[in-house]
Write a protein that binds this ligand. Structure first.
Ligand SMILES: Cc1cc2nc3c(=O)[nH]c(=O)nc-3n(C[C@H](O)[C@H](O)[C@H](O)COP(=O)(O)OP(=O)(O)OC[C@H]3O[C@@H](n4cnc5c(N)ncnc54)[C@H](O)[C@@H]3O)c2cc1C
Length: 475
């Protein structure tokens, strides 16, 4: 088993793996300046946000229009050249690695917000628009684009759709798939299809919009997205509760939801995470607490005040050491910053940070955290866990120094146990970061042989030449 692999370049220097006539045709389609082949130009596209994986493509191609995407894919299918679609490359599952060489197709030049309609409560954006640009443009018109991944300032909307990204608002608002109304996408054979559209109700045909959402760039290249928007909540508020143990925090989560409150935010940090964040951001967090629970809501002011009070009371009743409500937006933002900076804070602890992503049924959250702690001790690794408590979605994070003997092997062994434990508890190997190359060894166990076979038949129907992100998602 190898969860993390340094993938050697499949061929010689970048660009030399593609025949000259293919490179010439690519340059004719997108312009010479938008076909990158030199070592220096290609290097940033040989990795994503997963530090232990690396694979160099033969060429990086940056199209500006759907017609150019179609022409590149038609050529690639005709000549059997692998194509890996890519947005910002912020994925955490080695999903954009050109494991078989070929082309990395980067959509970031297609980055315009084409429309925001408050009458229809929707927006239409090009694939490479960043999540923050969409969110901020909608907010300027009094509208909310609800999906809120921690990477929103860099991640692209197509990347979010391809991964079905989640985020901090998942419990109340759902994840990316709940907001995708329609897609323009290019099939590997070059046809441009439009799935769904501007309609909030449309059940004609198979739901290809949903199928493409979360397909990790293996079925089609998404070029345009129509998303649903909501009215912007009038206000929001946040509170923080400290607990002696994560089990207590888990009980508070269960109780909050049983009480009929559906919080906009319900996030947790374990003790190691609290201390890393405090070292990094100096927010005045309680370093001795076993767990920090961040809770929040949005909506009408009286509703927000009421639900924050109820959640604070519940935390206290369950035995919180301390509960504080933010007095204003600035204090709320500071608390949310504690959660958002968990990853950079942990990344300072050692040269390599392996962030993982499992989901368990919510009532199993505390048990899963305890099991992760035991696994970390057994494998002698430094592991901190934070995550979306309301969704049962945990991000156990192991940090290590690669020069420290077999540290990497121990980290891989620990994660193997973590994934199997999550599945044994009725959970899954990824809640929001996707399978990519990183989770491939566990996919068959999660889905079973019949589903894997069906996935392969679907892949064959969309991509008969097998050029699109080959080897990923069980293909
Ligand atoms: C600091 C940090 C915080 C993060 N927080 C979160 C979080 O809270 N929630 C969460 O879910 N994720 C999070 N992520 C992971 C990541 O940001 C998301 O997976 C995001 O959706 C990736 O978007 P991207 O534009 O970077 O896509 P990329 O990484 O470029 O690509 C991701 C996948 O989408 C495919 N793809 C990209 N563009 C297209 C396209 N046009 N057509 C078809 N397929 C395409 C790729 O082939 C690949 O399989 C975080 C990452 C970081 C580094």
């Amino acid at each position: 088993m190898s969860a993390t692999t340094d993938l050697p370049p499949r061929r010689g220097p970048a660009g030399q793996g593609l025949p000259d006539d293919v490179l010439a045709e690519l340059r004719g389609i997108v312009g010479t300046a938008h076909v990158l082949t030199s070592d220096g130009d290609v290097e940033p596209f040989s990795r994503d946000a997963t530090p232990l994986f690396r694979a160099r493509p033969d060429a990086v191609v940056l199209p500006a229009t759907t017609a150019e995407v179609s022409a590149v894919l038609t050529l690639a299918t005709r000549r059997g050249v692998p194509v890996v679609p890519r947005g910002a490359g912020s994925n955490l599952s080695a999903a954009t690695l050109a494991e078989q060489g070929g082309i990395v197709l980067v959509l970031t030049r297609m980055n315009r917000v084409l429309e925001v309609s408050s009458a229809e409560l929707l927006a239409v954006v090009q694939a490479g628009t960043t999540t923050a640009t969409l969110g901020d443009t909608a907010a300027a018109q009094g509208l909310l684009y609800a999906p809120d991944p921690g990477s929103r300032t860099v991640s692209t909307v197509a990347g979010n759709v391809a991964m079905c990204a989640g985020g901090l608002r998942g419990l109340k608002y759902g994840v990316t798939r709940n907001y995708v109304l329609g897609l323009e996408a290019v099939l590997p054979t070059g046809e441009v299809i439009r799935t769904g559209g501007r309609l909030w109700k449309d059940v004609a045909g198979y739901d290809l919009t949903r199928l493409l959402t979360g397909s990790e760039g293996t079925l089609a290249v998404i070029t345009e997205i129509t998303v649903a928007l909501l009215p912007l909540p009038r206000t929001s508020g946040t509170g923080v509760a400290y607990f002696g143990t994560l089990a207590d925090a888990g009980r508070a989560v269960d109780q909050i939801i049983s009480d009929g409150v559906l919080p906009a935010t319900l996030e947790f940090l374990d003790r190691r995470c609290i201390n890393a964040v405090e070292d990094f951001a100096k927010l005045g967090l309680d370093r001795d607490a076993g767990a920090l629970l961040l809770f929040g809501d949005d909506g009408a002011p009286d509703v927000v005040t009421g639900s924050l009070r109820r959640m604070a009371d519940t935390c206290q009743a369950v035995g919180a050491r301390d509960v504080t409500l933010a007095r204003d937006i600035a204090e709320s933002d500071a608390l949310l910053a504690a959660r958002r900076c968990s990853l950079p804070a942990l990344a300072r602890l050692a040269p390599i940070t392996m962030l993982e992503d499992v989901t368990v049924p919510r009532p199993k959250l505390a048990e899963m955290v305890d099991r992760i702690d035991a696994i970390a001790t057994r494998n002698d690794v430094v592991c901190a866990t934070f995550g979306h408590a309301g969704d049962g979605n945990l991000h156990p994070t192991i940090v290590f120094d690669p020069t420290d003997g077999d540290a990497r092997v121990r980290a891989e062994a620990a994660f193997d146990e973590v994934f199997r434990t999550a599945m044994a508890l009725g959970g899954t190997i990824t809640g929001e970061h996707g399978v990519g190359a990183a989770k491939r060894p566990w996919l068959a166990e999660r889905l079973g042989a019949d589903q894997i076979a069906l996935l392969r038949r679907l892949k064959q129907a969309f991509d008969p030449a097998g050029i699109l992100n080959p080897g990923k998602l069980g293909s």
